[in-house]
Design a protein around this ligand. Structure first.
Ligand SMILES: C[S@@+](CC[C@H](N)C(=O)[O-])C[C@H]1O[C@@H](n2cnc3c(N)ncnc32)[C@H](O)[C@@H]1O
Length: 623
C-alpha cells in the first residue's frame, strides 16, 4: 500500500560501528578479519532486493585531511557496496560529503559507478545550504539518485520546485521538522504537508529520521526478521510514520484524465507527421475520444454561423463549410451539430488526403444519412480544385508546438477556396491583425504578438516555450548515444520536470494570410526567427536546464480557444502532450541568471550550445 512501508533501510556496516579497516590490519596479525556485516541469510534474496535499501556507514569521510581516515573511508565504502551488491540491493544511501570539498568523494563514486550494473546510489543533499561547513544529514534531506534532507523551515517554492526535475528517490524528514498537535501527536505545517503530497505525486519515498539519541527509523535487519507485529507498532517513530501515511491516504484520487495519462508520463514519443504519413485507425480513435476538443470546435462553428447569418435569413441561406483534414469525420459531426444547434443551413465538403480515413468517412456518411449534406473529397487540400468557395474553413492540423504538423503550409493551399469574407477556424481577427500588420516589419509583428497582446486576441495559433530541468527526459534521450536523438523534438507528457521560468510566445501564424499588397510583411512566408530571454527567479537558486518544453494555443473563433500552454490550457483535453526540445549538453544556471535562446536554434547565454539540428539534418517535418 504505502511507499513508505515498502523499503527498510539496512545499515550495512552496523555490525560493528567502530570497525575501521586500518585497525583490523593492525590488530589481526594475519588472522582472519572479523565479519563487518551480518549474515545474508537473515532475509531471502527477493526480500533483500525488493524491500531493502542499504545505508552506508555515516562516519565515512572521503575528503578527510587525515590520510588514514580517508583511506579507511575508501576501503569501507567499496567493501560495503560490494556487500550490498552481493545482497542484490536495489539501492544504497551514501553519507553526505563532510565538508565543502568533495572532489575525492566524486572521484570514488564515479569510479564505483563504472562497475555497478543494477544498484542505484542515493546521494543525500540538503534542501538548504547549511550555515556551517558540515552537511548535516539529520536536518532534512532529499535522496536523489538523490535523497533530500527536508529542513524545518522550507525554502521558496521555486527553489523546492527545481528538485522535481531531478531524479529524487526519497525525502528524508527529520523528526525536528514535525510540530505537535493539541493532542500531543506529531504533525507537519501546511507547507510541509503540501510538499510531502507533491513528493507522493512524483513517487518520491519518505524516510523519517531522528537525531542521535532517539531511536532511528532504520531497522536492523536481524531485528526486522524477529520482530512481532506488536513490537513494530511500538517503534518510536511509529506515530510519525502513521502521520505521513495519513497524508498519503487523504490525497485526492487522480482525475480520470490523469489516470489515463499515467502510462505516458515522461515517455518520449516521436511527433506525428500527418502530412507525410497516413495516420492509423488507432491514432484517429485516440483523437476521437477527446470530447473537449470537439466541444470547443462546435462552440466556435456555432458562433461563426450566428455571426454569418442573421436569424431572419436562417431559412433561406446555406453556409458552405469545408472541413480540411477531415480524418474519420469528428469535425464534420461537430459542424453538423452546430448547424442543428443554431438553426443555420449547411453544406459540407470533407477533404481528406489519407485514402484509408476516406473509407471510414464514406461509411460514416452513409450510416448517419448525411449523403445530401456532406460531399467527401479524397484529395490533398493543397491541390484540390474546389467547385465553389467556402464561407467557413474548419481544420485541425495542429501539433503540440502549433505549426509542427505543417498547418500553415496546408492552409496556405486551402486559402484559395475560402471566400474573401470567409472565416477560418482556427481563426484570426482580420481587422485587428491588419491594423497591427501594416506599420511594422514581420519581426516587430512577432514581438508585438508575443509581448504586448493578450494572446487570445492575437493570431490564429501561437507556440510557446519555457526552459525546464528534466533529468529523466534528458537521460532517456542520452541513452540513444547519438546526436540525432538530441536534435529531435519529442511529444511527451512531462511530469518529472521543473519549469524554470514563465512561458514565452515564439511564433504566431494567422490565416487567412494578409492579401494587402502594400503591407511590408511578407505574408506568404512561413519562415520564422525569434530570440528570447528567460530570467530565472532569484529565489530559485542554481538550476540545470535540460531543454525546453513547448506548447501551443489556438484561437478557434473569437473567445473560443484551444490549447495546452499551462496557464491557459483547455481543461480535460488530452489530444496533445507538450513538446520537448532537448539540449545536447545541459546548461548550468547560477542563481538569478538570464538564459538567452534563439530559435531555431541555439542557446547563447549564459554559455553557448552547439547549433541544434542545423539545416534539419536530424529532424524535419515532411511536406
Ligand atoms: C490531426 S488529424 C485530425 C483529423 C480529424 N479532423 C480529427 O479531429 O480526428 C489531421 C488530418 O488531416 C489530414 N491532412 C493533413 N494534411 C492534409 C492535406 N494537405 N490535405 C488533406 N488532408 C490532410 C491527415 O491525414 C489527418 O487525417
Amino acid at each position: 500500500m504505502l511507499q513508505l512501508a515498502a523499503v527498510i533501510s539496512y545499515v550495512i556496516g552496523q555490525r560493528n560501528p567502530s570497525y575501521r579497516p586500518s585497525l583490523v590490519q593492525k590488530n589481526s596479525l594475519g588472522s582472519a578479519s572479523p565479519p563487518f556485516a551480518g549474515s545474508d541469510l537473515v532475509l531471502s534474496p527477493s526480500q533483500w532486493s525488493s524491500h531493502v535499501v542499504g545505508k552506508i556507514s555515516s562516519w565515512i569521510d572521503l575528503d578527510s585531511e587525515d590520510e588514514t581516515v580517508r583511506l579507511d573511508s575508501e576501503t569501507t565504502l567499496r567493501q560495503e557496496l560490494a556487500w550490498a551488491s552481493h545482497l542484490s540491493l536495489q539501492a544504497c544511501l551514501l553519507p553526505a560529503p563532510k565538508g565543502t570539498s568533495c572532489a575525492n568523494y566524486a572521484r570514488c563514486v564515479n569510479q564505483i559507478l563504472q562497475d555497478l550494473s543494477n544498484m542505484q546510489l542515493w546521494l543525500r543533499i540538503s534542501l538548504v545550504v547549511p550555515d556551517d561547513d558540515s552537511m548535516d544529514a539529520n536536518s532534512a534531506t532529499l535522496v536523489s539518485k538523490y535523497a533530500r534532507n527536508m529542513p524545518s523551515t522550507l525554502p521558496s517554492a521555486s527553489s523546492l520546485g527545481r528538485w522535481f526535475g531531478e531524479s529524487v528517490r526519497a525525502a528524508i524528514v527529520n523528526t525536528d521538522s514535525f510540530l505537535t498537535n493539541g493532542r500531543g501527536y506529531p504533525c507537519l505545517s501546511k507547507r510541509h504537508q503540501m510538499l510531502i503530497t507533491r513528493f507522493f505525486n512524483h513517487n518520491i519515498q519518505i524516510i523519517i529520521s531522528a537525531n542521535s539519541g532517539t531511536p532511528k527509523a532504520s531497522v536492523d535487519a536481524n531485528d526486522f526478521h524477529n520482530r512481532s507485529v506488536a513490537d513494530s507498532q511500538r517503534h518510536p517513530l511509529r506515530l510519525y510514520l502513521d502521520y505521513v501515511g495519513h497524508l498519503y491516504q487523504k490525497m485526492d484520487p487522480l482525475p480520470e484524465q490523469e489516470r489515463f495519462e499515467l502510462g505516458y508520463r515522461d515517455y518520449l514519443q516521436s511527433p506525428l507527421q500527418p502530412l507525410m504519413d497516413n495516420l492509423e485507425a488507432r491514432t484517429y480513435e485516440t483523437f476521437e475520444k477527446d470530447a473537449m476538443k470537439y466541444i470547443q470546435y462546435q462552440r466556435a462553428v456555432s458562433k461563426a454561423m450566428l455571426d454569418m447569418i442573421p436569424d431572419e435569413e436562417a431559412s433561406t441561406k446555406t453556409i458552405v463549410l469545408m472541413v480540411v483534414g477531415a480524418g474519420r469525420g469528428p469535425l464534420v459531426r461537430a459542424s453538423l451539430q452546430a448547424s442543428e444547434e443554431t438553426g443555420r443551413k449547411l453544406k459540407v465538403y470533407a477533404v481528406e488526403k489519407n485514402p484509408n480515413a476516406v473509407v471510414t468517412l464514406h461509411a460514416l456518411v452513409k450510416l448517419e444519412g448525411w449523403e445530401d449534406i456532406v460531399t467527401i473529397v479524397s484529395s490533398d487540400m493543397r491541390y484540390w480544385n474546389a467547385p465553389e468557395k467556402a464561407d467557413i474553413l474548419v481544420s485541425e492540423l495542429l501539433g503540440s508546438f502549433g505549426d509542427n504538423e505543417l498547418s500553415p503550409e496546408c492552409l496556405d493551399g486551402a486559402q484559395r477556396f475560402l471566400k474573401p469574407e470567409g472565416i477560418s477556424i482556427p481563426s484570426s481577427l482580420p481587422g485587428k491583425m491588419k491594423d497591427l500588420r501594416n506599420p511594422f516589419s514581420k519581426a516587430t509583428l512577432l514581438s508585438l504578438c508575443s509581448d504586448s497582446m493578450n494572446m487570445h486576441d492575437s493570431g490564429m495559433y501561437t507556440s510557446f516555450i519555457q526552459p525546464v530541468t528534466a533529468s529523466k527526459l534528458y537521460n532517456d534521450v542520452k541513452a540513444h548515444k547519438d546526436v540525432s536523438h538530441f536534435e529531435t523534438a519529442y511529444v511527451v507528457k512531462i511530469h518529472n520536470a521543473a519549469r524554470l521560468a514563465p512561458c514565452q510566445s515564439v511564433f504566431t501564424f494567422t490565416h487567412p494570410k494578409s492579401v494587402d499588397s502594400e503591407s511590408p510583411v511578407d505574408s506568404e512566408s512561413n519562415q520564422r526567427y525569434k530570440k528570447l530571454h528567460f530570467t530565472i527567479p532569484n529565489d530559485t537558486g542554481s538550476a540545470m536546464v535540460h531543454g525546453f518544453a513547448g506548447y501551443f494555443d489556438a484561437v478557434l473563433y473569437k473567445d473560443v480557444h484551444l490549447g495546452i500552454e499551462p496557464s491557459t490550457a483547455t481543461p480535460n483535453m488530452f489530444s496533445w502532450f507538450s513538446i520537448f526540445f532537448p539540449l545536447r549538453t545541459p546548461i548550468y544556471l547560477k542563481p538569478g541568471s538570464t538564459l538567452e535562446v534563439w530559435y531555431e536554434w541555439c542557446v547563447t547565454s549564459p554559455s553557448e550550445s552547439p547549433i541544434h539540428n542545423s539545416n534539419g539534418r536530424s529532424y524535419w517535418v515532411g511536406l
